[in-house]
Write a new protein. Structure first.
Ligand code: MG
Length: 373
């Protein structure tokens, strides 16, 4: 009964190329339908209620907790991605429930200490096939999370799992339009919030950023709007207004270009759009401007000495911790030790570390090495 209500709603609101809940291939372990929640609403709720999702709160995005409390954590980044992705998805008349589930899931597999943690785990697990946060997200929701007594994992729908899988294997994949929106929203979000956080932390200045064409254009828009309103623009409001504009111009560009792309005759339904390899993109000018901004952020923010210092410290801690678990598997919790026979000790130790928050990782490393924080 519930699916027919959801179908009624989706039939009224969604475009033909959207993914409809009625077309879901279901779950690995079959479950009765919920009385009033659709399959992707249930997936979203399962993700939000998972331990791995809550731990995003203790995982760094770019800046650590020691650098203040203004900047984004992995959790607030995820919430911003979900919000922006839903706006884009609603405008393009895609399946917002599926988009929200995918957005909330997209970074769940990030290890402690961001990309520094990921690189270190990839190096430690080289013989095991490396480490990717996108693949680890699938391990978490299929094997490690265990909220139900009758099956392992969250038993998410095939579409959500497959979409996460296409993130892990970008070259050989043909993602649903909803998954593409989440990817685009991720990039829009971090380009905007990393500017905000880095300026607030005084790693870069607005004057330096103003040399970049995308920023110059946004600053110009800010100025025009404020001239019209007559409001006094302090440096603080200039930064905040710049971030609003950065999101606005990127989202508008993506929506406008996507609307043209979605006029393709292949977009009569989700499956055909997927098989035809339809790709939602920015206009080429915006893509070029975004690449320039990202190159600047890479050099000036992600490679900033303060960040590099954090990175090196985190990498050493992760290596020591990994070695300690490999030397003495008894240090691993029982529910991880049972995985050693199946996937090996090194992979088990890596998976355990990958699930940790930054703080818990440091705490464990201090405890095992007798170091003070
Ligand atoms: Mg992300």
């Amino acid at each position: 009964m519930s699916l027919s209500l959801i179908d009624l709603r989706e039939s009224a609101l969604l475009a033909p190329y959207a993914f409809y809940s009625r077309d879901s291939s279901g779950r690995a372990y079959s479950e009765p339908e919920h009385a009033y929640r659709g399959p992707f609403q249930r997936d979203r709720d399962r993700i939000v209620h998972s331990a791995a999702f809550r731990r995003l709160n203790g995982k760094m995005q770019v800046f650590t907790g020691a650098m203040g409390d203004y900047h984004r954590t992995r959790l607030t980044h995820t919430m911003e991605v979900a919000s922006i992705a839903r706006t884009i998805g609603r405008t393009l008349r895609l399946n917002e429930d599926l988009i929200e589930a995918l957005a909330l899931l997209h970074d769940i597999g990030h290890p402690p200490f961001g990309h520094a943690g990921e690189d270190t785990l990839a190096e430690l697990l080289e013989a095991e096939g490396g480490f990717s946060h996108n693949r680890f997200a699938l391990t978490l929701v299929r094997e490690i999370e265990h909220p139900y007594p009758i099956f392992p994992g969250l038993n998410l729908t095939y579409e959500v799992l497959e979409s996460q899988d296409t993130r892990a294997d970008k070259q050989h994949s043909s993602p649903l339009l909803e998954a593409q929106v989440v990817d685009a929203a991720d990039s829009i979000t971090y380009d905007a919030h990393d500017v905000d956080d880095a300026v607030k932390l005084k790693l870069i200045t607005l004057d330096e950023l103003g040399q970049l064409p995308l920023i110059a254009r946004c600053l110009d828009r800010v100025e025009q709007k404020h001239l019209a309103s007559g409001a006094k623009l302090t440096a603080d409001f200039l930064r905040k207004s710049l971030v609003h504009e950065l999101i606005e111009v990127q989202v508008s560009d993506l929506v406008q270009r996507s609307q043209q792309i979605l006029l393709s005759p292949a977009c009569t339904n989700a499956q055909e759009a997927k098989e035809a390899g339809i790709r939602l993109t920015h206009n080429s000018d915006m893509q070029t401007e975004k690449s320039k901004l990202e190159a600047f952020l890479y050099q000036r923010v992600y490679r900033h000495p303060d960040i590099v210092r954090v990175r090196l410290k985190a990498q050493n801690r992760l290596r020591e911790l990994f070695q300690a678990y490999c030397d003495d598997p008894g240090l691993l919790p029982a529910h991880f030790r049972v995985r050693i026979d199946k996937i090996g000790l090194r992979q088990t130790a890596g998976d355990y570390i990958a699930g940790m928050t930054d703080h818990y990782c440091l705490e464990q490393s201090n405890r095992l090495s007798g170091k003070t924080p």
